[in-house]
Every structure is written in structure tokens, then in C-alpha cells.
Design a protein around this ligand. Structure first.
Ligand SMILES: [Zn+2]
Length: 174
């Protein structure tokens, strides 16, 4: 059975922009900038951003946070007819949570060739051997979503380089 998107291109961009705003909140905390929103009836019912460093909890990915909030909002673990937007391709854990919450449509921005489970390394979301599968669409505002990450990692490398140089300088003084 072929699944179809229920959103217009304009709506897809609007909601991905909201996910990007979430990613920026992560960035402000020096977290890898990944953001997600869950949409239901054209309204955002869950938002989340990556908090792995802050919480020191490997499960606090953007999608997990957004799904948890959405489930609390509707007081139901089933998010049937909901859409999830995330700036980066979901990992296996988040893809699992998407399937278990029965989210109907998933939209992501950039591909994650090293950890993505929605097309890169595997495709859990469209695997019809599971009792639920999703409509999946990638590359929504791909450039902006990817750029956030590229900039973040470039600045991180730069900062590490500077710290290393500083340490060397201090060692010389000793
Ligand atoms: Zn994840």
C-alpha cells in the first residue's frame, strides 16, 4: 500500500523551519544542533532538541523529546495521523520510537550517512515487515539543516585546535 503525504510543500517548509528553531536551541547549549517537531492537525504538539551532553543521557535525541511531549499532550502513546519533522535523518532508536508511536509521516532534512536508519544504512521506517510503516520524505530544507551541523563541527574543530595551541603555549612557560 502506497502512503501519501497530507501536507503541502509550504506546510512542509513551515514545520521544518520550526524543527530548525529547535536545533538552534541545542546549538545555544553547545549541543549538536538537531531539532524535531511533531505535528497533528496542522499544529505542533511536541518539540524537542538534542540534549545528550546536558543530560548525559544517550536517549535524549530531538525526536525522542518531541515524541514524549506529543504523547503527553494527547495522553496517548499512539500518534496516528501525526507527522514528525526532524533536521537530520533519524537513528535506529528514534526510528524505533517513531514506529512504536505509529507516527504516519516522517520528514527529514539532511541525510546521516554514518547513523541514519531511514535510508542511509537501512530503512526501518518503510519496512513493511513491521506492523506499522511510514510515509517518508527527505531533503526538506536539506541545505539549511546540513549547514547547521557543518558549521557546528567546524567551530568545534577550530575551538579544539585553539585549546591545544593554548595548552602547548602554557607548557612552554612552565
Ligand atoms: Zn536518534
Amino acid at each position: 500500500m502506497e502512503k501519501k503525504s497530507t501536507l503541502t510543500n509550504e506546510e512542509k517548509e513551515t514545520f521544518m523551519r520550526a524543527a530548525i528553531e529547535e536545533a538552534k536551541k541545542a546549538q545555544a547549549l553547545d549541543e549538536v544542533p538537531i531539532g524535531a517537531v511533531v505535528v497533528w492537525n496542522k499544529k505542533i504538539i511536541g518539540r524537542g532538541y538534542n540534549l545528550r551532553e546536558t543530560t548525559q543521557d544517550a536517549t535524549t535525541h530531538a525526536e525522542m523529546m518531541a515524541i514524549q511531549e506529543a504523547c503527553r499532550q494527547v495522553n496517548n502513546f499512539r500518534l496516528e495521523e501525526a507527522q514528525l519533522f526532524v533536521t537530520l535523518e533519524p537513528c535506529p532508536m528514534c526510528s524505533g520510537a517513531i514506529l512504536l508511536s505509529r507516527i504516519e509521516e516522517v520528514y527529514f532534512g539532511a541525510y546521516d550517512p554514518k547513523a541514519g536508519a531511514a535510508g542511509s544504512l537501512m530503512n526501518l521506517l518503510e519496512d513493511q515487515r513491521f506492523n506499522h510503516w511510514c510515509y517518508l520524505e527527505s531533503r526538506i530544507l536539506q541545505e539549511e539543516c546540513g549547514q547547521l551541523l557543518t558549521t557546528f563541527f567546524r567551530e568545534l574543530r577550530q575551538r579544539k585546535k585553539e585549546e591545544k595551541a593554548k595548552r602547548k603555549e602554557n607548557n612552554k612557560k612552565d
